[in-house]
Design a protein around this ligand. Sequence first.
Ligand code: ZN
Length: 400
Amino acid sequence: MEQVINKKCRICNSNDLYKAVLLNDMPFTDEFVTEARIDKEYLANIEIGICAQCGIAQNLNDTNMDNYYNDYEYSVGGSKFANSFMDTLAKKTKQQFFKNCDYTPSVLEIGSGSGEQLMMFKKYGFSVIGVEPSEYLTNYANSNDITTIHDFFYAGMLDKIKEKYFNIDCVVSSYTFDHIPYINETFDAIKSILKPDGKLIIEVHDLDLIIQRKEYCLFEHEHYIYLNKATAKYLFEKNGFEIITYDLLDEKEKRGNSLLIIAQKKSNSAIETIPYPKQEVENIKDLNFNIQTTINKIDTWLEKNKDKKLVAYGAGGRGVMTIAALKNYKNFKYVVDQNPKGENIFLPKTHLLVEKPKKLASDNADLILVFSYGYYEEIVESLSIYGYTREQFVSLLEFV
Ligand SMILES: [Zn+2]
């Protein structure tokens, strides 16, 4: 791996960084464009490095995300599984840590979105407050009686939190923690508002699962660090926390690729873990090669079948990012998605039109590459009513 010059580790400040993954000219996962916005979307290289001192995988570049998050309107709300996850998380937090509490425990959520997770905590008897950078989602949450502050969470905004919210019992953050560029400072801010025995609940993507399941689409501009159990332990202890458990929820209750960390402030006697950076470097070493091999295989398939009408299925993160990394993406006629995030929208960078599945009824495709392979059988089944047969489908899994 090539050493990175002039950059320091986000966590331990060493300059012992190596470039592990390079993806050229990549968009944001969610920045679908209308015709008028074509070519105005953000594109930059995604470069993932690994620190040979502390072993933490990290984004080598900083991206100014302020406007992106301020305008963010997408929310996980609506998905049955997401709702049940949020319910279970609040319920088990209550049972495990606040069961015999003789006062109303408080929860602060960092990146609270439209307030759905906090609503669950409220349901189980917590008082709640959210901090959310999207103006739209903040207004939405406040209109639903979930007190939410419109801002990023950092030391400088803590005076916006009223005194009654100091001494928080529980700080929660779901899929937001890895979006914070300089995480050590965030830990300091959390420490200053969390009770001595308060709980810190963090959900991030698990790098080990990303590698194991080859979910490379999770390498995004908006993700700054990539943790697994070993590096999370080091990061939390370095910042004065000890991890109590990764297993508050059962495997089947967790979301895909989820690493759920429950921690509290470290007691003075707690022993610091020494990281094993060599192991982490080994884990990530072959990654770039694997990603490039997968992309080349899909490109070869697209070239081989270029005289046929090819359609992609699935405009989620996996579809958007994989297609953006392909050379021959133009050989797809368009992308189909069950729930497009708008009408007449195009994928960022590749500008493939996003259509609903019924487009395939009137417009006969020859071959359909399914990116949302978790729904492969459902998709094959649902398109059979338009006369499609199994031989016309290819799963992304065949290339990875
Ligand atoms: Zn480091």
